[in-house]
Design a protein around this ligand. Structure first.
Ligand code: NAP
Length: 480
């Protein structure tokens, strides 16, 4: 018997699937069923889109200050149920409860508060010219389809919902079928506060069924998708054929570049966190560590010692610093990559296996793993594993470090660790990635552009970039 039962949220109320079908959502750390979830299909999506369309006109005409107040109320509603959200996210994903309390849930609250403020302080252009005046209007796009992944479920879904609603769109969300729980709670907050029906809708289900229908629906003119590059290609092809507004936030294989003059202790801590935060399941994780040769052995050992010191355990145990992976299937994929690393000549310096603690039972646990001696162009070092596996590679010159960092198909993020200011700026400018941190990682200001280059995505979100993406900007030219 599942602990939770989740239904779709359409037109202000919860509904089972029209087909009556359901699926089981497992709890990865315990290997048991956590929730029974309505399995949405095209007819459920159509119903949600219709509700969103019908609510659209009223919501678009709602004054900005009022929309902003609704966003603040959603933030308050999440905060009022903070512990419930944190426990649900920890159980559904396997990540430590401490991480949900420190990062996932506060960030969901912050996303709603940030866009509640941003939309009030919005400034639009005015371009006077000889004999005429241009000014810019911001208008909603319409119904937005919001598709999110399993690694940061409520953190990433709220990053889409908040700016979409703030700018006057209505939404149909399709969270990952692997982690639907916190999206269900968000829908319950929306119901509790009495947001006008149809403004926020949620359809659970599988990507190729519910997700695909949302992307191809002719009455959904905007799609914001976060997920893997292979899925992004399918979503991109479908949405582009109908000229939809489209944002694709995709995969990464990010480099952490460590120079011999770095602050050693702080850099080991920073690079290890960049590699292993959320069990290595963050698109921004630095899974390729490039180290200037004189520091290679000391640095690799430092990373390995950090990895061995993690306390692997039940996500709800306050002592746990390293939880389970998101599913048994994903753990098997990660394990497969470690086997590949060995075949490709890698030396496992730390981890590399399932922990032997019988208390962990059938959970999807895997030790944080450091691999050395791999050629930088091999599959383990260039394909996205999206788990707790980092590979370490030496370099001799700044130019070589940049070339290695750029020698992958991805271009999402990276970090540079050095005390040399000039070099930090040069490397930051030359690494092909949407974001790069110097002597830090994942320090986020919600105003800055967020997004990837190359196979890591199309478009930027964050601050005014989000406001622009979720709007149609229209120019009016008045002859004087
Ligand atoms: P995924 O398999 O691509 O799934 C992402 C979402 O798309 C899920 O909701 C999925 O539903 C849905 N989906 C699958 N097929 C679809 C289709 N044909 N049409 C419409 N929707 C479809 O990714 P994931 O495994 O959940 O997440 C891990 C990936 O996300 C990694 O590659 C990671 O780097 C990337 N990511 C990127 C960012 C970023 O900001 N750049 C942030 C976080 C994660 P189902 O769950 O039902 O399959």
């Amino acid at each position: 018997m599942a602990d939770f039962s989740l239904d779709h949220f359409i037109d202000g109320a919860f509904h089972p699937s029209l087909s009556g079908r359901r699926f089981d959502d497992p709890e990865p750390a315990r290997g048991r069923v956590l929730a029974s979830v309505a399995r949405g299909a095209a007819d459920d999506v159509d119903r949600a889109v219709q509700a969103a369309q019908e609510a659209g006109r009223g919501w678009a005409l709602t004054p900005v200050a009022e929309r902003s107040r609704w966003l603040s109320r959603i933030a308050d509603g999440i905060e009022a149920r903070f512990e419930e959200f944190a426990a649900a996210e920890a159980r559904d994903t396997g990540k430590p409860l401490s991480l949900c309390r420190a990062v996932d849930i506060p960030r969901a609250v912050a996303n709603f508060r940030f866009f509640a403020g941003a939309v009030l302080h919005d400034e639009l252009g005015c371009h006077p010219m000889e004999g005429a005046l241009n000014y810019t209007l911001r208008r909603p796009v319409g119904v937005f389809g919001l598709i999110s992944p399993w690694n940061l479920p409520i953190y990433l879904l709220s990053w889409k919902v908040a700016p979409a609603l703030a700018t006057g769109n209505t939404v149909v969300c399709k969270p990952s079928e692997v982690t639907p729980l916190s999206a269900g709670l968000l829908a319950d907050v929306v119901r509790e506060i009495g947001l006008p029906p149809g403004v926020f809708n949620l359809v659970h289900g599988f990507g190729p069924e519910a997700g695909q229908r949302l992307v191809e629906h002719p009455d959904v003119p905007g799609i914001s998708f976060t997920g893997g590059t292979a899925t992004g290609k399918i979503v991109g092809a479908t949405a582009s054929a109908q000229f939809k507004k489209l944002s694709l936030e995709l995969g990464g294989k990010n480099a952490s570049i460590v120079f011999a003059d770095c602050d050693l202790e702080a850099t080991i801590e920073g690079v290890a966190r960049a590699g292993f935060a959320n069990q290595g399941q963050i698109c921004l994780c630095g899974s390729r560590v490039l180290v200037e040769r004189p520091l290679l052995e000391r640095f690799t050992e430092g990373l390995a010692a950090w990895a061995r010191a993690r306390v692997i355990g039940d996500p709800l145990d306050p002592a746990t610093t390293f939880g389970s992976l998101v599913s048994l299937a994903h753990r098997d994929k990660v394990e497969g990559y470690v086997a590949l690393a060995k075949e490709e000549g890698g030396r496992i310096v730390a981890g590399g296996r399932r922990p032997e603690d019988p208390a962990l039972g059938e959970g999807a646990f895997f030790e944080p793993t450091v691999v050395a001696d791999l050629p930088p162009g091999c599959r383990t070092a260039t394909e996205e594993i999206f788990g707790p596996v980092i590979t370490v590679h030496p370099f001799d010159t700044e130019e070589e470090a940049v070339a290695l960092a750029n020698a992958v198909r991805y271009g999402l993020a990276g970090s540079v660790w050095t005390q040399n200011l000039g070099r930090a700026h040069r490397v930051a400018a030359n690494v092909e990635s949407g974001m790069i941190w110097v002597n830090c990682w994942l320090l986020r200001d919600l105003r800055v552009p967020f997004g990837g280059m190359k196979d890591s995505g199309v478009g930027r979100e964050g601050g005014r970039h989000s406001l622009d993406f979720y709007s149609e900007l229209r120019n009016v030219c008045v002859k004087l």
